[in-house]
Design a protein around this ligand. Structure first.
Ligand SMILES: [Zn+2]
Length: 105
């Protein structure tokens, strides 16, 4: 459990250094305005939102299968809802999943 938490921390710090602050802030604000279902997966609580096809505008890499999620494909975005680093960091670390991959995660 301790090892897993450190892994998340390293991931956050590494990502943050490569990311423009304004970009993250805008993402956090826009995502915070939407509700989301809280689900528990593998003993971790996640906030999950459905991204409808018309709002899917970018390519994403699905962490479930490693495959591409193309623009125009409805999918799920999820982030940790009890993240030790806080909501902003959790949202900055959100991942986009194929619906099927998220369901079987
Ligand atoms: Zn996938």
């Amino acid at each position: 459990m301790v090892a897993l938490t450190s892994g998340w921390l390293v991931l956050v710090l590494g990502r943050k250094n490569r990311r423009a602050p304004q970009d993250s802030l805008k993402d956090v604000e826009s995502l915070s305005n939407y509700g989301g279902a809280i689900v528990t997966k593998r003993d971790e609580a996640y906030t999950v939102r459905l991204i409808p096809a018309k709002r899917a505008l970018k390519n994403y890499v699905c962490p479930g299968c490693g495959g591409n999620i193309a623009p125009g494909v409805a999918h799920t975005v999820a982030w940790r809802s009890d993240y030790i680093m806080g909501d902003s960091a959790a949202i900055a670390e959100r991942r986009h999943w194929h619906l099927r991959c998220w369901n079987i995660f």
